[in-house]
Write a protein that binds this ligand. Structure first.
Ligand code: ADP
Ligand code: MG
Length: 397
């Protein structure tokens, strides 16, 4: 059971208890240790089962329930307690926190909030590190047509070759995104559908709403109608990312070039940002402008990796050394130019790995994928994430 998060729940109300159970049972790497309908019995059950997390709904009798929270937090300080209540007053939240709760969830429980709370509590629980949550790679570009979608799609496919990973590609180019064309897919649901229905989705439904490519990559495409792009709020996107992050080991986001509030949210939530450029003056000038503008957002700049696309495109290209001097940054990776191969793949809607496995461009993207995967020890010697699966991965993926 290593890597599994063991949870016990207590809620005298059958309806809300069953609802919570349904959510938890739908999550991979969650083990429901016990479900209890009586506050009086739960302390004993917890002593016997010693779960990592205890979820207590306090609405049936908040006095009794608060005493229970207090007693468990004293006797088992390592157990992360999550209190659930339909009451939202600050006093109640404060009481729960003072009694020893680590998280307070409002009922009816929203799946993404539950996932977020489990994630945070697990992060502080002995032996479970938050690093098993999804690794987000945002692909941004310094100019139109720089290769965002080509690289995002093929990075996702390269990552998905490892069966231990679960990869979702999100098309955030809400007006003109074409990730679906690159993969020759006609998905049933879009980012808009998921955003609008997030409060009704459980993980099994979310999984059904995403279309899976034969490479293993799940795709969440842009809305169908251009006018629908304004219907996705920043909050919506944060919730969608939060849920996907808890459900997949890798999220690849194909950002738009408008650097809208939504793009910035994607950049802020990313673990690493691929900033694609070509070796020409307009692109490099935009890199400088972007680095300067993005400085205003917390840690965004530190996560940026400059990736040069289409190296060798023509003799007039600026040299790498000169480019690094201009942007005052090291180039993280170089992807060679190969228009015939990449355009054929795009026109046929097949990934590079399927059509041109041995081409230098494909190998380069695969190596970049491994470097960004977060699976290996980084330069600072942070621990390896290899084999650490997202504990909220969908069942059966
Ligand atoms: N490494 C590359 N070599 C040759 N052509 C490329 C390369 N990367 C992208 N392209 C081409 O550049 C064009 C724009 O690519 P695309 O991925 O749609 O860019 P964006 O998403 O930034 O608009 C496409 O015709 C694509 O085939
Ligand atoms: Mg694109």
């Amino acid at each position: 059971m290593s890597g599994t998060l063991r949870i016990s729940i207590c809620d005298p109300d059958e309806t809300t208890r069953e609802n919570l159970k349904r959510y938890l049972i739908g999550m991979d790497q969650i083990w429901l240790e016990a479900d209890c309908s009586r506050y009086e019995f739960f302390a004993e059950i917890v002593s016997q089962t010693t779960p990592e997390i205890a979820i207590i709904d306090i609405d049936s009798d908040d006095e009794k329930a608060m005493q229970l929270v207090e007693s468990i937090s004293k006797t088992h300080p390592s157990i992360g307690i999550i209190v659930v209540s339909s009451r939202t007053d600050g006093q109640m939240i404060l009481r729960a926190m003072r009694a020893g709760a680590r998280e307070f969830l409002n009922s009816p429980i929203q799946i993404d909030e539950l996932v977020g709370a489990l994630d945070r509590v697990a992060a502080n629980t002995d032996g479970k590190q938050r690093s098993n949550a999804g690794n987000i790679i945002a692909v941004a570009g310094a100019s139109g047509g720089v290769g965002n979608t080509s690289i995002a799609v093929n990075l996702a496919v390269a990552l998905a070759t490892n069966p231990d990973r679960s990869v979702v590609l999100i098309d955030l180019d809400l007006a003109l995104g074409d990730a679906d064309v690159f993969l020759d897919m006609i998905p049933d649901y879009t980012l808009l559908d998921v955003a609008q229905n997030i409060s009704r989705l459980d993980l099994a439904l979310l999984r059904k709403s995403l279309t899976k490519h034969e490479s293993g990559v799940y795709l969440l495409p842009r809305p169908v109608q251009i006018e629908d792009m304004s219907a996705i709020s920043n909050e919506d996107l944060k919730r969608v990312i939060g849920l996907l992050k808890a459900s997949f080991t890798h999220l690849i986001i194909d950002c738009s070039k408008s650097y809208s509030r939504l793009d910035i949210t994607a950049l802020e939530s990313a673990n690493s940002i691929v900033l694609l450029t070509q070796l020409d003056l307009p692109c490099l000038r935009n890199v400088v402008r972007l680095l300067s503008s993005l400085e205003t957002y917390d840690d965004v700049n530190d996560k940026i990796k400059i990736v040069v696309n289409r190296v060798g495109l023509d003799k007039m290209q600026i040299s790498s050394t000169k480019a690094e001097e201009t942007i005052d940054r090291d180039i993280f990776w170089r992807i060679p130019n190969n228009y015939p191969v990449i355009s054929e793949c795009r026109n046929n809607g097949v990934p590079l790995l399927e059509n041109a496995k041995n081409a230098a461009i494909t190998q380069s993207i695969c190596e970049l994928a491994e470097k960004l995967s977060g699976d290996f020890e980084d330069e600072e010697g942070k621990s390896s994430k290899k084999d650490r699966m997202s504990w909220l991965k969908f069942l059966g993926k």
